[in-house]
Design a protein around this ligand. Structure first.
Ligand code: GCU
Length: 645
């Protein structure tokens, strides 16, 4: 790739060929309709088609109009037609935008039918800092270079790149972004006030692609700006937020709202003033409501200074215990943003019990596209199969049944491939698509992504991508922490194995391995009671070591090494077998990738090839550390006599 070039990701020029060679009529007016017409015009200039605006005149082979049925909602669309003529109807401009991208991914055989998203907000949270943070850098947990929005304290103003980004997001259905880190430091707090222009500028670009811009704010913002208190029930505090919020809307009329991480990992919150999280969230909801904004209030509240000796405290219950007493007391424009699992984005966790326990609250489920705990965009780890299991409820309550919206931490940066690992682009694409339709098959989403990203490739290329990516999350799971116990990562940067790295720390993430067994007893009978927080039948299933899914066995139970799992294997033998298998699968991925040289752009092939070397190395390191650790603890040899150190 030439210096300064940016990868086209899932919208290379070729992806527009089928649409761009048609005669297209676009009727309707307004910003989004202009965007649609502009995009199509560019494609037609390249591929010989034509765009006409307005009604009347001879029929075109693609007709787009805003006379769709109101039942299609604000973003839905309807496709009808045959081989020669396609009609795309929407009730609102957003529908035309999404319908246009539908035509791209279905190429020259557009599906017919009515399509509308499962939820109205599909959002990305960027954890971008304005200043370079001394520990976390420009993007917290970012593995794809610098921020798209700021560099070393200054706005980047790279509107061409933001435009390309907004187009990619719209093409997979994202309609909301928060620009800055949920950990709001002093400089970032000024984005709300004297640095608001740095938000307004990208917001204008996003608006053209149907995306509303949100901002992460500090609960202590009034204090940071000179007030003596941030008490949510203090009149002066409310007035301050009122005034600031009015200014935000004057600059960004379609501003989405605030994202707040309060009383969490050192961030300020209502607890400082003896107030509840409902008091805190409702204050911001009230000031946003007249402008049509929402507050995303994160439920990631737990004691990060706990005593590891005290086994009665369980981080997995913390959010449930904090928030369920407040169900029904949050304003309608509060979204309680809950991480999908009860701990923290591990490769395997049960669904957070909180998600199913707030029937009178608008819940947003939060996922992590950035691969903090899943290989940091150095490992291939296609996350759609994990998300799909969680959404559909294969091992717990179905998130899709309970969540009113979906949010995810973004994985992009100023890396020429956007995501560091070129194949990690698929995770961003897949999140958008699953947020639109949680029922989609992960392999079908991969087909879409691969077909758009590498158009008109030979079947062998797509088969290889499936062979590498479909099972990559499970491969990652196999060579890292076993049976759902989680967090055997190096403290701080969270890359690579360190079995006891967090075991004697205040963070609440333990495995309790000893010479007899491993895992955390979260049962009601003898443990922390976390298993009992789930609706039936899950509370019963998790409570019993015989019924609990193997993948979650050590999440809910402390089990002897000789305990026989449902698979028929013992805990210790499962650990050995999966670790040998996982590392082998990583090596197979590398071999497979070697076989598609010449079928993808050379720069893409080379980048993935280099990263697969690191993945194989890291997987072997994981395998050997985990196996040696458990062999030394248990003294039980591998039944197959393989090499353990
Ligand atoms: C994780 C992550 C932090 C982040 C936090 C959050 O703990 O390591 O960097 O701030 O999640 O979601 O707020």
């Amino acid at each position: 790739m030439r210096p300064g070039m940016i990868d086209a990701a899932w919208l290379p020029p070729e992806a527009w060929r089928a649409v761009g060679s048609r005669r297209i009529r676009v009727t309707g007016s307004g910003l989004l309709v202009d965007t649609v017409a502009g995009e199509l015009r560019r494609a037609c200039e390249r591929f010989g088609g034509e765009v006409v605006r307005g009604s009347g005149g001879p029929p075109c082979d693609l007709e787009m109009s805003l006379d769709g049925d109101a039942g299609l909602g604000a973003e839905g669309y309807e496709l009808t037609g045959d081989d020669t003529r396609t009609v795309l109807r929407a009730a609102r401009p957003h529908g035309l935008l999404y319908g246009m991208f539908h035509l791209l991914r279905s190429d020259d055989a557009p599906a017919t039918g009515a399509f509308r998203p499962a939820v109205s907000r599909r959002m990305l949270d960027h954890w971008d800092n304005v200043d370079v943070h001394p520990v976390m850098g420009q993007v917290e947990r970012g593995y794809a270079g610098g921020s798209l929005f700021w560099r070393a304290g200054e706005p980047r103003r790279d509107l061409a790149r933001i435009t390309a980004y907004a187009r990619l997001l719209a093409a997979c259905g994202i309609n909301a972004v928060a620009l800055n880190n949920v950990n709001v430091h002093a400089t970032e707090a000024r984005l709300l006030t004297d640095r608001l222009g740095e938000v307004a500028e990208p917001a204008e670009v996003f608006r053209r692609y149907g995306i509303r811009t949100h901002l992460a704010v500090s609960f202590a913002a009034p204090v940071l700006h000179g007030l003596s208190t941030a008490d949510p029930l203090d009149r002066r505090v409310r007035d301050w937020w009122d005034g600031v919020t009015a200014d935000v809307y004057a600059a960004i009329p379609d501003f989405g709202g605030y994202v707040v991480k309060a009383d969490s990992e050192g961030q300020p919150g209502p607890f400082t003033y003896g107030r509840s999280h409902a008091d805190g969230a409702n204050l911001l909801a009230d000031v946003l409501a007249p402008h049509g904004g929402v507050v995303h209030w994160r439920a990631f509240v737990y004691n990060h200074r706990q005593d590891w000796r005290d086994r009665s405290v369980d981080r997995a219950r913390a959010a449930f215990d904090h928030f369920t007493p407040h169900d029904g007391t949050f304003r309608d424009n509060v979204v309680l943003q809950v991480k999908h699992g009860p701990i923290d984005f591990q490769p395997r966790e049960p669904v957070s019990p909180l998600i199913a326990a707030m029937p009178a609250t608008r819940v947003g489920a939060e996922f992590q596209i950035t691969q903090e705990y899943t290989g940091q965009q150095r490992h291939v780890c296609y996350l759609a199969p994990m998300w799909s299991e969680l959404l559909r409820g294969e091992q717990g309550p179905a998130i899709a049944e309970f969540a009113a919206e979906f949010v995810a931490v973004a994985n992009v940066g100023d890396d020429p491939f956007w995501t560091g690992h070129p194949l990690a682009q698929a995770n961003l694409y897949a999140f958008g698509r699953l947020a639109w339709d949680p029922g989609l098959e992960p392999a079908a989403v991969l087909d879409e992504w691969a077909g758009l990203t590498f158009p008109r490739g030979p079947r062998r290329l797509y088969d290889t991508l499936h062979a590498i990516m479909d099972g990559s999350w499970r491969a990652y799971e196999k060579y890292t922490a076993p049976l759902g116990v989680g967090f055997m990562v190096r403290p701080g940067d969270h890359y690579g194995p360190d079995v006891d790295g967090y075991e004697y720390t205040p963070w609440g993430t333990y495995h309790h391995a000893d010479r007899d067994g491993a895992g955390v007893d979260r049962t009601v009978a003898t443990g922390t009671g976390c298993a009992g927080l789930y609706p039936k039948p899950w509370s019963k299933i998790y409570e019993s070591p015989d019924d609990c899914p193997d993948e979650l066995a050590l999440f809910f139970h402390h089990l002897p090494y000789g305990h026989v799992l449902q698979s028929g294997s013992t805990v210790i033998q499962h650990i050995y077998d999966t670790h040998f298998a996982g590392a082998r699968e990583a090596a197979e991925m590398r071999e497979r990738w070697a076989g598609v040289a010449g079928l993808v752009p050379a720069a893409t092939h080379e980048r993935v090839r280099e990263l697969l070397d690191e993945q194989v190395r890291s997987a072997e390191e994981w395998r050997d550390q985990i196996n040696s650790y458990f062999f030394r603890k248990s003294g039980v040899p591998d039944a197959e006599g393989r090499r353990i150190y």
